[in-house]
Unconditional design. Structure first.
Length: 80
């Protein structure tokens, strides 16, 4: 009888250990997936920020060019 109980206990322990291992493995997998997703999101955000900065720089350059052109035009008219 005692042997039977001991065997049962051992089996239960083994089952629990197996379950725990499975759960842990699944958790690790999920964590990795989440990390990948976060990395992708961060990359996307960085790209967007870079694009915005480039656009702003281009706009500033265009504005400067326009101002220079206007100044040149004014100078030309004044000379005339």
């Amino acid at each position: 009888m005692m042997m039977m109980i001991m065997m049962m206990m051992m089996m239960m322990m083994m089952m629990m250990m197996m379950m725990m291992m499975l759960i842990i493995r699944m958790m690790i997998r999920m964590m990795i997936r989440m990390m990948m997703m976060m990395m992708m999101m961060m990359m996307m955000m960085m790209m967007m920020m870079m694009m915005m900065m480039m656009m702003m720089m281009m706009m500033m350059m265009m504005m400067m060019m326009m101002m220079m052109m206007m100044m040149m035009m004014m100078a030309m008219t004044m000379m005339m």
